[in-house]
Ligand binder design. Structure first.
Ligand code: C2E
Ligand code: MG
Ligand code: MG
Ligand code: MG
Length: 283
């Protein structure tokens, strides 16, 4: 992308690159003060048992609303935060908020929190998780951390040691977006995941009748079963998709069909109904 490498094509794409770099710079500066300025909040998406639809927990999903730019998707700002070394403070805010909120729920269902690889490579992360649990009073078994396969791609064992320390506290781990990264099955047997989350792309493919997607879901379910792990299908949007996912043997489901990511008050309402309303108790 340097001038020398660009040659004659340089002028044709330079303005676009410039706009992107400028946009990133603006967003990065804004993101630096997003926490202090109260621009971040969490939504909570229901995770239910396949078949019964019983509420098993919620996944906390981060939202950023900038006063002038409006809502910015985490798909855009999380990678930016990772690059700008802002993911640690943001991730700590997420974890602390989610634990504090889940501790208020009457039903002892779980809260799942997404964790970036960058956070796991920090030696203090396990201590921070312990602190968030202590300070909120949330039982460790009610917290689930979602990590992606990319965690295992980096050199060294720092992240694996951090995961071990967290598992020893009784916190659960799930493997997010399974099948979309560069999977190596070795770490699946070495790390004690409670659950594998099957990416929405496979759910979509399977519902469109793609034989490959169906075969992959079947194989992942069989693998998870034999390793004593649950499977969660992501992005189930229709009754047909739910039926198919259930037939393929997935244990849990998440998706718009059962509930969109909800504001904190609505999630709290669902988590504090009487136990005879059919909401599962998992702790
Ligand atoms: P993810 O962890 O795989 O989260 C699932 C995403 O799928 C969420 O997108 C959710 O809103 C969306 N989703 C759920 N059900 C459906 C459905 O039925 N149809 C469709 N089309 N989408 C569905 P969201 O909230 O935009 O988050 C995107 C990604 O951003 C997350 O993917 C996660 O990787 C990242 N992210 C979100 N919050 C955090 C956070 O607090 N920390 C970190 N490190 N990453 C986060
Ligand atoms: Mg997730
Ligand atoms: Mg996911
Ligand atoms: Mg996904």
């Amino acid at each position: 992308r340097s001038k020398d490498a660009g040659g004659g094509h340089f002028h044709s794409y330079e303005p676009q690159l410039h706009v992107e770099a400028e946009e990133r710079r603006v967003l990065e500066i804004a993101l630096r003060s997003a926490i202090e300025n109260d621009q971040l909040h969490l939504l909570y998406q229901p995770v239910v048992q396949a078949g019964t639809g019983a509420l098993m927990g919620f996944e906390a999903l981060l939202r950023w609303t900038h006063p002038e730019l409006g809502p910015i998707s985490p798909v855009k700002f999380v990678p930016l935060a990772e690059d700008a070394r802002l993911i640690a403070p943001i991730g700590e805010w997420v974890l602390r908020s989610a634990c504090r909120e889940a501790a208020k729920w009457d039903d002892p269902i779980r809260v799942a929190v997404n964790v970036s690889p960058e956070q796991l490579h920090n030696a203090n992360f396990a201590a921070f998780v312990a602190q968030a649990l202590r300070e909120s009073g949330l039982h460790p078994s009610r917290l689930e951390l979602e990590v992606t396969e990319s965690v295992f791609m980096r050199e060294g064992t720092a992240a694996v040691q951090t995961l071990e320390a967290i598992l020893d506290m009784g916190v659960r781990l799930s493997l997010d977006d399974f099948g979309t990264g560069y999977s190596s099955l070795g770490y699946l047997s070495r790390t004690r995941f409670s659950s594998i989350k099957i990416d929405r792309s496979f759910v979509q493919g399977a519902s469109q009748g793609q034989k490959e997607a169906i075969a992959i879901i079947r194989a992942v379910v069989a693998l998870a079963d034999s390793l004593g792990m649950a499977t969660t299908a992501e992005g189930v949007e229709t009754e047909d998709e739910h039926r198919m996912i259930q037939a393929l043997g997935c244990s849990k489901v998440q998706g718009y069909y059962f509930g969109r990511p909800l504001p904190v008050i609505e999630a709290r309402g669902l988590a504090t109904r009487d136990s005879d309303s059919g909401i599962a108790q998992v702790a």
